[in-house]
Write a protein that binds this ligand. Structure first.
Ligand SMILES: [Zn+2]
Length: 257
């Protein structure tokens, strides 16, 4: 009954810092027919690098942005203008967002910058991959004040009772491979509906000794399958379709079968 969906089933990495991988690793990831990635950036330099990767990495969709950890209180406007000059080359902005947990000292500036990005995303119909550590509610409240169709809340470890709000707004919940060892994140898997999930690695980030990357995705799919009581193949198919929906909402030309 579901066999017609098989053609689009693939591994989805909806949030990966591809620009940080070695040339050798890129060779093994790029062009893989069963893997599709959203390659996010941290600042202007990595945004440029991500855009260059597009040439050699046909299975990566580029996203450009300024990570909350890279926000500089004295020069954020300049940083924004430089990245903004590249907006016509992409359909996605990321990694953008707010972080009160690791960089609370720049929070006020982060809020200004995040709003700049979201204003442009709304105007240009771009999708966003959003970071929200320690500021989940602020991130969701800010997002809902704009009309942005393609939103993924990356590595969601916020309050479980905020998930309903996220889903009702049509946003996706980013499920990271860290769930293999992060108990709190497994609760998010149990709570969020499969139809609103996107898998991701945030690679090559190292989480408590776990080197994150697309190679962890098969184990993550198995974990989701276990926690949801749904066959792994169905998890993979549903998440593939979710990702295609996500791309399409940002104006990309994709077929959903
Ligand atoms: Zn990230």
């Amino acid at each position: 009954m579901r066999s017609h969906l098989k053609v689009i089933a693939m591994m989805v990495d909806s949030h990966i810092h591809l620009h940080e991988f070695s040339a050798e690793e890129l060779t093994s990831l790029c062009g893989k027919s069963d893997l599709i990635m959203l390659a996010v950036s941290d600042d202007y330099a990595s945004s440029m690098k991500t855009l260059e990767l597009r040439e050699s990495c046909s299975n990566a969709v580029p996203a450009i942005g300024i990570h909350p950890w890279k926000v500089r209180a004295d020069s954020w406007r300049d940083g924004f203008s430089r990245v903004q000059a590249l907006f016509d080359r992409v359909r996605f902005l990321g990694e953008i967002g707010l972080d009160k947990r690791f960089v609370p000292q720049t929070f006020e500036v982060q809020v200004e910058l995040f709003n700049e990005f979201l204003r442009e995303a709304e105007k240009l119909g771009l999708g966003v991959s959003v970071h929200g550590a320690g500021a989940w509610k602020e991130v969701v409240d800010t997002l809902t004040s704009y009309r942005i169709k393609a939103v993924a809340i990356h590595w969601y470890t916020g309050p479980l009772d905020l998930i309903r709000n996220i889903i009702d707004n049509g946003y996706f919940v980013g499920i990271n491979a860290a769930a293999l060892i992060q108990r709190k994140h497994r609760e998010v898997i149990k709570e969020a509906p499969l139809t609103s999930m996107l898998t991701e690695s945030d690679g090559p980030y190292n989480y408590r000794g776990l080197r994150l990357g697309p190679s962890k995705l098969p184990d993550l799919l198995r974990l989701i399958s276990e926690l949801k009581g749904v066959p792994t193949s169905e998890v993979e198919e549903t998440i593939s379709r979710n990702f295609m929906r996500f791309l399409k909402s940002a104006g990309m030309n994709v077929n959903i079968t």
